[in-house]
Design a protein. Structure first.
Ligand code: SF4
Ligand code: SF4
Length: 181
């Protein structure tokens, strides 16, 4: 855990809590004095090296608090006169606006599973089987040459080419399954 404290007209205090940090690097890119460096994220995450995800240069940090205001995981906390800046009304807040284009979304739920903040909730209703695409299919037994290609290709095992006599075959549609996502 890194912490920097400076006392003056006001007391400013920055703390990095590595247990909450995921090494996303948002703070690194936002810091105006380039005081934050990312560590080797993958080896740290795998426990191969014992280091914090980020390193803050205490000499160049000007204690502006921007990093703490931007950290989505509250892994950086910044206080002015013992008050967390997120509770200080005058302190700038980051404008954010996440939109979902429902014309394009296929409700796969990938975002819901991935969101570290559980901020996304996907509700989906699957249609009943009988409301899926329906149609008709038949086999012209006159044209069928019993090659069995259709039987091999059908993913639903819906077609059977049966031998009904010594030299007679019959192609039968067993069932039709048409799936939509
Ligand atoms: S923004 Fe927060 S979680 Fe991301 S690297 Fe910085 S301290 Fe860690
Ligand atoms: S307090 Fe400001 S200067 Fe210090 S590390 Fe955070 S963003 Fe950089």
């Amino acid at each position: 855990m890194t912490s920097i404290r400076r006392d003056g007209e006001e007391t400013r205090f920055l703390t990095h809590i590595n247990d909450k940090c995921v090494g996303c690097g948002i703070c690194t890119s936002i810091c105006p004095t380039k005081s934050i460096k990312n560590g080797p994220i993958l080896p740290i995450a795998r426990g191969l090296v014992d280091m914090d995800y980020i390193n803050i240069n205490k000499n160049s940090c000007c204690l502006c608090g921007l990093c703490a205001s931007a950290c989505p995981f509250d892994a950086l906390q910044f206080e002015i006169n013992d008050k967390n800046i997120k509770e200080i009304e005058e302190y700038p807040k980051w404008a954010k606006d996440a939109e979902i284009d429902t014309d394009v979304c296929v409700y796969c739920k990938a975002c819901e599973r991935a969101c570290p903040q559980d901020a996304i909730n996907v509700t989906r209703t699957l249609p009943k089987r009988e409301n899926l695409v329906v149609g008709e299919i038949d086999v012209n037994q006159e044209k069928c040459i019993n090659c069995k290609i259709c039987e091999e290709l059908c993913p639903g095992d819906a077609i059977k080419v049966k031998q009904t006599g010594l030299e007679t075959y019959e192609t039968v549609i067993m069932r039709i399954n048409v799936f939509t996502v």
